[in-house]
Design a protein around this ligand. Sequence first.
Ligand SMILES: [Zn+2]
Length: 108
Amino acid sequence: MTTATHTPGPWHLDEELDPTAADGTTICVMLGGAEIEPAKANARLIVGAPDMLAALQDAVNTCLRCDGKGNAYTMPDETEIGQPPGSSRIDCPNCASWRAAIAKATTP
Ligand SMILES: [Zn+2]
């Protein structure tokens, strides 16, 4: 798993509605005025990103289907014709999309 290099959360909106870190560092400036939608909604999404990333990482690490490993054995309804259940390792269907979202947020 990639180690996070972003500014640590939590982030919040400053008085000008720009996403800002706990130490006062401006994360980004919302061009066009964050007081209007959808810029305001985008700013809220940005400040939630560190918390969402941490929650996704926790969910991936505790995935019950793959025990946090990222791959699992096939279940009966996923087995190809002629292959017995449990005979193939697959990307874990429970957390594959979570892993993709984490990679999108953390891969340079
Ligand atoms: Zn999983």
